[in-house]
Design a protein around this ligand. Structure first.
Ligand code: SF4
Ligand code: SF4
Length: 445
């Protein structure tokens, strides 16, 4: 049914019977959801009842070591929002909302609040939920106590059920889920997009953008309504330049720019600044860590806004489009910092032990060696991660904002003036974060 021109960068997945079945059969996703919700419930149960050591507790390992840091970040950067297809929380939301009040959540296309000249909408709620969801993990030490991990996920489940009992159309997924906003921006870095090849005429279950076709690039929650109701419409895999989706956004949203800066704040900035600021606050724990976390957020937003104001004044480009488009300068480095310092290093040094714990929790004993890489490979990675890897992220981010700037500027000179403060800020802050330059009292990594 595809009218897609032959394109070497495009693969029609549904030409394969297996993929057509997986993507368009209405019973496949519910079956996956039953498995995932069972696994989710088991992880919460074992968080309470298993050994209270985060390295050997199934719930802790499943939620934090394997799911959040590894599966989420890697799948997002490689494949976009595919996690929503299997997400147990999404399954709970869809089941619960059938029995709810079915009220409308305010749509993002409705009235917007203007904050410092930036039009923000309800989409910014996900920036706030992400901030408050991440804070207790590390600042209140929840990741280190399996019982608290169980309480944490039970609390989120209660919130998801509560929102779904009032609002319709997966409002929790669109506006509250802390992962949703993160996914909507990080998926723009992915080198592939999974999407139906034409409009299907099926009204999107979420009403986002009045869209009527699946696309992992947008704020789609992978409910598969549009594929299962039009099983003959082809679904394809499009290959694109990593980050092209951030450059070519038809509807660029300031809310998403804010989210990018929040990610920059809580991933690399807080890792360095948070510790230093906490040492300066003479209060009992956990207040110094909690306050330092929010100092990092305000410092990042302030620095970004300052660079945007400078670039806007110097180039003559408007403030809001500049704020909206140039945040992506900071995203690749932020994500690569997390991948480099946590995901890759953890998998190399203790990936086998984590997989052993996960499968032991399912009753399948494995005996993988604790480390998945030799000490010399780990040492080589650590050198690469401390030297070249961060700068690849910086270059990637600069390339993204350069192309963005050329689209909204009249000349290359104007584009250079618009992004120059951001280039300076991302380079200097990265040099400080990785310890190439030090600030007295606020040294690098
Ligand atoms: S938006 Fe959040 S809760 Fe909803 S399906 Fe995706 S990850 Fe799950
Ligand atoms: S109907 Fe289609 S485009 Fe809309 S959320 Fe569901 S899968 Fe995504």
């Amino acid at each position: 049914m595809s009218n897609q021109p032959d394109n070497p960068w495009h693969l029609t997945l549904t030409r394969s019977r297996l993929f057509r079945f997986l993507l368009t059969n209405r019973y496949v996703q519910p079956a996956v959801h039953v498995i995932m919700v069972t696994l989710f419930a088991w992880a919460i149960w074992t968080a309470f009842t298993g050994p209270q050591n985060p390295d050997t507790n199934f719930g802790s390992v499943a939620f934090f070591s394997l799911w959040w840091s590894t599966v989420m970040l890697v799948s997002l950067v490689v494949l976009g929002r595919v996690w929503c297809y299997v997400c147990p929380m999404g399954a709970i939301v869809r089941f619960t909302q059938r029995f709810g009040l079915q009220r409308h959540f305010p749509m993002f296309t409705g009235p917007k609040a203007t904050v410092f000249g930036i039009s923000l909408s309800v989409l910014s709620i996900t920036a706030i939920t992400f901030l408050f969801a991440r804070m207790p993990m590390y600042k209140l030490g929840m990741v280190f106590e399996p019982r608290l991990v169980g309480i944490y996920f039970l609390a989120f489940t209660a919130l998801a059920v509560g929102v779904s009992l009032v609002f319709q159309r997966q409002a929790f997924c669109r506006y509250v889920c802390p992962a949703s906003g993160v996914m909507s921006v990080t998926s723009k870095l992915s080198p592939v997009e999974i999407r139906q090849e034409e409009s299907t005429g099926v009204q999107c279950a979420t009403l986002e953008y009045q869209s009527d076709y699946l696309s992992t690039e947008r704020r789609c929650v992978s409910c598969m309504k549009c594929t299962t109701e039009q099983p003959k419409a082809d679904v394809g895999l499009r290959v694109r330049w990593p980050g092209a989706a951030a450059v070519r956004q038809k509807i660029a949203l300031p809310d998403e720019a804010l989210l990018v800066i929040v990610l920059w704040a809580v991933f690399p900035i807080d890792h360095v600044l948070g510790g230093r600021v906490a040492e300066l606050i003479a209060m009992s724990e956990p207040w110094p860590s909690v306050l330092a976390y929010f100092v990092s957020v305000f410092a990042a937003i302030g620095a970004y806004s300052g660079a945007t104001a400078l670039g806007s004044r110097w180039s003559g480009l408007e403030w809001e489009p500049s704020f909206t488009r140039f945040a992506y300068a900071y995203l690749p480095f932020s994500i690569m910092y997390m991948l480099g310092n946590h995901v890759v290093t953890n998998l190399m040094t203790e990936g086998g032990a984590l997989v052993n714990t996960f499968f032991a929790g399912l009753g399948v004993p494995l005996n993988l060696p604790e480390a998945l890489a030799s000490p010399s490979t780990v040492a080589a990675w650590e050198w690469f991660n401390a030297t070249i890897w961060p700068w690849l992220g910086v270059l990637w981010g600069i390339a993204l904002v350069w192309y963005s700037a050329t689209q909204i500027s009249d000349s290359p000179g104007q584009a250079i003036r618009a992004i120059a403060p951001h280039v300076l800020l991302v380079c200097l802050s990265t040099a400080w974060i990785i310890g190439v330059v030090t600030v007295p009292g606020f040294g690098g990594h």
